[in-house]
Structures are given as structure tokens and as C-alpha cells.
Design a protein around this ligand. Structure first.
Ligand SMILES: *Cc1c(COP(=O)(O)O)cnc(C)c1O
Length: 370
């Protein structure tokens, strides 16, 4: 039995009628930019996250860029983040003109290590971006504590963890701003690129509204250098439908993870399995486990028709584009150790028991035949 890494078609077939109605409603309205759908989706998403304000933007990457700028980050500043994330996180920092500084991660949780962040804080540090990687919240208590003592802004990268909770609060509602990606494969996916910033700070929200609309306070009244970075009506209409299903889908992901845990827990080739953490609930954007012979398992599963992948094979501090920052192999040892072991297995809400058993069976067969 072959199992895809992700399958968006199953989800679509379950909500097809509602989505198609919403799309047609927008087409017939002929209102495509900043209309009622975006406005309503912003209200609904803010309520979902438990914050006052939500501002739809063109992508998760832009959400980070605009949130950083709205927090005053720019040339001469430093921003601390994790090297184990998608490049969009650090790309946004560089696009503000600030310098990115990488701190190490926590073993087992794969999220920013507060102790390492503390060591990297300098007089120039302006903000920290905790990334709730694979669906698991960072240790936000410790990060907020550092931010408070050192006067830093906290911009949460929630691209992989929408719906996850830290001490009962949704991610995105904990720092100064939370950045969401609706890239189609994320837990809440649009039918194209889309993103959002959620915040409890009205000033930040107002600045992001300006920045996404060419820096305009009102039409033809440009206060700052901005962007064209708007969420469009079609995406908002589709996302409004899907937001109502998000908690149910995340619950399915958690159930799938539970079954993986039962089936994989005792296999000798498995090193570490993902889970919740003290204070943090995982929504399993990815089901990422550690394996003793990761590259062998990757090859074995791929040749058995099981979709899997390494997130991420080369940490950001060792990527060529950051060569000028001067990092060397060995500088962030926990990250470097983890990337040699991690492998993400098929995970999506509709993934059934049979498929999970097939994946576990294939992994169990690795030592025997491989
Ligand atoms: C997907 C992702 C982004 C970027 O989101 P886009 O909507 O693709 O621009 C940023 N950070 C992380 C951790 C992501 O996974």
C-alpha cells in the first residue's frame, strides 16, 4: 500500500459544495480586493486566536516582514531566531534591513532554546522570532521573560502551528504579534498564497494595514514606504469556510499522531517520537520523528511508496546565502545533530488507520530486509 505524504484532494471532496458556493459568491460580487470577505475573515480569525486584531496579507512571509516593520525593526537592528525553520523566517528579517542572528534549539522539541537566545542578545537586538515548528509551541514563558527583561519584541511564527495552544492560549496571541501562513499545505490552507498577522496591539495592526496597502493611511495619502500585500477576497472566502473545520482537522492530526506513537514506540530503528510538551499542545503540521539510520529509512520508505521528507536537511546558519554571517559547522550543535536524524512521515487529517499501519509496517520492515 502506498501512502502519500499529504493529500489535499480528500479534504476538498468533503467541503466541495461550500467552497464552490463561496468562490461563486465572490466571482458574482466582482469585488476582489479588501472587501467584505476579508473583513469578516479577519474578525473570525481574531476571535479564533483570542486577539483583538487580525490583518490579512499576501503570504506568511509577508506577515513576518510586515509584523517586523510594524514593530520598528530595521537597519542596524538584530533579530534572533532559529536555524531550524523554513527560510522565509530569516528572509523576512533580512528584508527589513536588520541582521539575523541564529540561536540553537531545544533537544526533542526542535524549537528555539531560551538559554541560547539569552546568550545571543546584544545591545542591537530588537526582536526575537520563536517558530512553533512542526506544530509544537515554543517555551513562550521563557521567551517572554527574556523579552521583558531585555526590551525585545516577540513575533511568533505560527505558520506551522495554527490552533496550537500554549498554557491554554492560541499561538499568535502570546507575543506582540503572530504570523500565520495559509500556504495550501499548512493546517489551514488557502487555494493559493495567503497570510495574516494577529495581534492584541492596535498600533501594530494599524501599521500593518498601512504597510499592506502601499503605506497609505487612506487612498493616495502615503505615510510610509509600503508594499502591495493584501489578502484577496477569493482566498478569504475559502478560508472562512475552512476555519470552521480547523479544530476538527487538528484533532484528527492528534489522533493520527497517537496511533503512530502506539505503533512506532517500540521499534528499534526509531529514536524519538514527537508529542506534546509541558504547557504546549501539538497540532502536528508535520509528524517528525528521529531515526537511527535516517538516510537508510528515508530511502527504504520512498522505495516502498511511503511519502516522507526531511525538514530541513541543511540548517539556515550553514546555508550559502548566510555565508557572510560567519557561522561554521559545530556552532549550533543541537540543531546540527537533529537535522541528521529527523524524518517527517505522512500526516494530514484524513490519513486513516490503515495508512498509518502501512507506514508503521514499512518502518518495521526496514531492519528485517533493509
Ligand atoms: C510556510 C512557512 C512560512 C512562509 O509562509 P508562506 O505563506 O509560504 O510565505 C514561514 N515560516 C514557516 C515556519 C513556514 O513553515
Amino acid at each position: 500500500m502506498s501512502v502519500p505524504f499529504i493529500d489535499l484532494k480528500e479534504q476538498y471532496s468533503g467541503i466541495r459544495r461550500e467552497v464552490e458556493e463561496a468562490v461563486l459568491r465572490v466571482m458574482e460580487s466582482c469585488r476582489f480586493i479588501l472587501g467584505e470577505e476579508v473583513e469578516k475573515f479577519e474578525e473570525e480569525a481574531a476571535a479564533y486566536c483570542g486577539v483583538k486584531e487580525a490583518v490579512g496579507v499576501a503570504s506568511g512571509t509577508d506577515a513576518l516582514l510586515l509584523a517586523l516593520r510594524a514593530c520598528g525593526v530595521g537597519p542596524g537592528d538584530e533579530v534572533i531566531t532559529t536555524p531550524l525553520t523554513y527560510v522565509a523566517t530569516s528572509e523576512a528579517v533580512v528584508r527589513t534591513g536588520a541582521r539575523v542572528v541564529f540561536a540553537d534549539i531545544e533537544r526533542g522539541h526542535y524549537t528555539l532554546d531560551p538559554a541560547s537566545v539569552e546568550k545571543k542578545v546584544s545591545d542591537r537586538t530588537r526582536a526575537v522570532i520563536p517558530v512553533h515548528l512542526y506544530g509544537l509551541p515554543c517555551d513562550m514563558d521563557a521567551i517572554l521573560d527574556i523579552a521583558k527583561r531585555r526590551g525585545l519584541r516577540v513575533i511568533e511564527d505560527c505558520a506551522q502551528a495554527l490552533g496550537a495552544k500554549w498554557r491554554g492560549k492560541r499561538v499568535g496571541s502570546i507575543g506582540d504579534a503572530g504570523c500565520i501562513s495559509f500556504y495550501p499545505t499548512k493546517n489551514l490552507g488557502a487555494c493559493g498564497d495567503a497570510g495574516m498577522v494577529v495581534t492584541g496591539d492596535e498600533g501594530i495592526a494599524a501599521r500593518i494595514r498601512m504597510l499592506r496597502y502601499h503605506g497609505a493611511r487612506e487612498k493616495y495619502d502615503h505615510a510610509v514606504h509600503g508594499y502591495n500585500s493584501r489578502l484577496d477576497e477569493l482566498q478569504a472566502a475559502v478560508l472562512r469556510i475552512k476555519l470552521r473545520y480547523l479544530d476538527g482537522w487538528n484533532e484528527c492530526r492528534r489522533r493520527n499522531a497517537g496511533l503512530y506513537g502506539e505503533l512506532l514506540g517500540k521499534l528499534p530503528v526509531v529514536g524519538r517520537l514527537p508529542g506534546d510538551r509541558e504547557g504546549g499542545e501539538n497540532v502536528y503540521h508535520l509528524y517528525t520523528a528521529e531515526f537511527k539510520e535516517r538516510d537508510g529509512v528515508l530511502e527504504w520508505l520512498s522505495s516502498s511508496g511511503i511519502g516522507c521528507g526531511v525538514y530541513y536537511p541543511l540548517p539556515l546558519h550553514l546555508q550559502e546565502l548566510y555565508i557572510d554571517l560567519g557561522y561554521r559547522a559545530g556552532d549550533l550543535p543541537v540543531t546540527e545533530e537533529c537535522v541528521a536524524k529527523v524524518l517527517s512521515l505522512p500526516m494530514y487529517p484524513e490519513l486513516g488507520e490503515q495508512a498509518i499501519r502501512a507506514v508503521a509496517g514499512a518502518i518495521a520492515g526496514f531492519g528485517a530486509t533493509g
